[in-house]
Ligand binder design. Structure first.
Ligand code: DON
Length: 305
């Protein structure tokens, strides 16, 4: 299986590269607009400890919203279930940065993966601490989970989003007006922009996802209940208004980032990281989604059997 999977990943890489249509990179964060869309990488961390990769699996990319999986894991691991008093767990059916439902639902975000919900999750992590400590907790969690200390924040990307992230500023202020931010909006936004600016290779990201996928031997294994909660949210909300399409095509829980990354948990079997920076209409990786669909078909991996 490992040999044929390795050969499949090489074929997948070659097929993706032969295509001309990569999608468009995100341009609302100027630093991300400079990235060449014609790039692809995939890494699969298996339950037996091996990691198989194809493409540019040593190139670092901005994980962006994939960081929301790690901040949620930190909150569930350290603080527990209190988060659900402040954030829901229903898909929103709207864009990741939408403010629409926030007014209708009195400042309680639908789920922790839309931007409003991620801001509340980060606020929860900040409770009573300096921003540096909350950020260290997220990056510490990622490094420990990956078993790799060479994972860092790209300060230029964080600064670029801070300079232009007006929608997030609006969301944070809106949350604060409803009393659903404890800390000052600026503090929460600064921490959030920095967690989104963590950069990793697909190899590092696949390794960092092992604890969420419940792989034996993962350095940081979350409890079964927490893994189930996180994976269920990835499946139903991880691709925003494109979540139904991703679930339909792959049958797997995945979380996208606007940098073109996708983290997929195949419970008990594998942790998969895919990267291709060109995006589809929902703001999720275009070729990354296609690669995920082909991987699911090839391996037969699906949470639905
Ligand atoms: O808050 C933002 O807009 C970005 N830092 C992250 C958004 C994102 O990755 C959406 N995912 N596809």
């Amino acid at each position: 299986m490992t040999d044929t999977l390795a050969a499949f990943l090489d074929t997948l890489d070659a097929d993706i590269r032969a295509r001309a249509d990569w999608g468009a990179v995100a341009d609302y964060i100027p630093e991300l607009a400079r990235v060449d869309p014609a790039q692809f990488a995939i890494s699969v961390a298996l339950a037996d400890g091996r990691v198989l990769s194809a493409g540019q699996s040593d190139t670092r990319f901005s994980i962006q919203s994939i960081s929301k999986v790690f901040s949620l894991a930190c909150v569930l691991a350290r603080i527990g279930e209190g988060l659900w008093r402040r954030v829901g767990r229903e898909p929103s059916g709207d864009r990741f940065d939408s403010i629409l439902l926030l007014e209708q639902e009195q400042g309680r975000p639908r789920n922790p993966f839309i931007n409003a919900g991620a801001l509340v999750t980060t606020d929860e992590l900040l409770a009573g601490r300096a921003p540096r400590e909350a950020l260290s907790e997220i990056i510490g969690f990622v490094r420990e989970s990956a078993g790799d200390d060479d994972i860092h924040i790209d300060r230029a990307v964080a600064a670029s989003e801070k300079a232009t992230g007006y929608r997030n500023v609006a969301l944070a202020n809106y949350l604060k007006s409803y009393g659903n931010l404890v800390n000052a909006p600026d503090l929460v936004l600064g921490t959030y922009f920095h967690q989104c600016a963590i950069e990793m290779t697909t190899r590092q990201l696949a390794l960092a996802g092992r604890g969420i996928a419940g792989l034996p031997g993962a350095p940081f294994l979350l409890s079964g209940v927490k893994r189930r909660r996180i994976a269920a949210l990835m499946m139903t909300c991880g691709h925003y208004d494109g979540s139904g399409d991703f679930a339909f095509r792959t049958g797997l829980p995945g979380k996208s980032g606007v940098g073109g990354g996708i983290l997929i948990a195949v419970p008990g079997r594998a942790s998969v990281a895919i990267w291709s920076p060109g995006l589809n209409a929902w703001g999720n990786s275009k070729c990354g989604t296609e690669a995920a669909e082909r991987l699911a078909r090839f391996t037969g991996w699906s949470v639905f059997g």
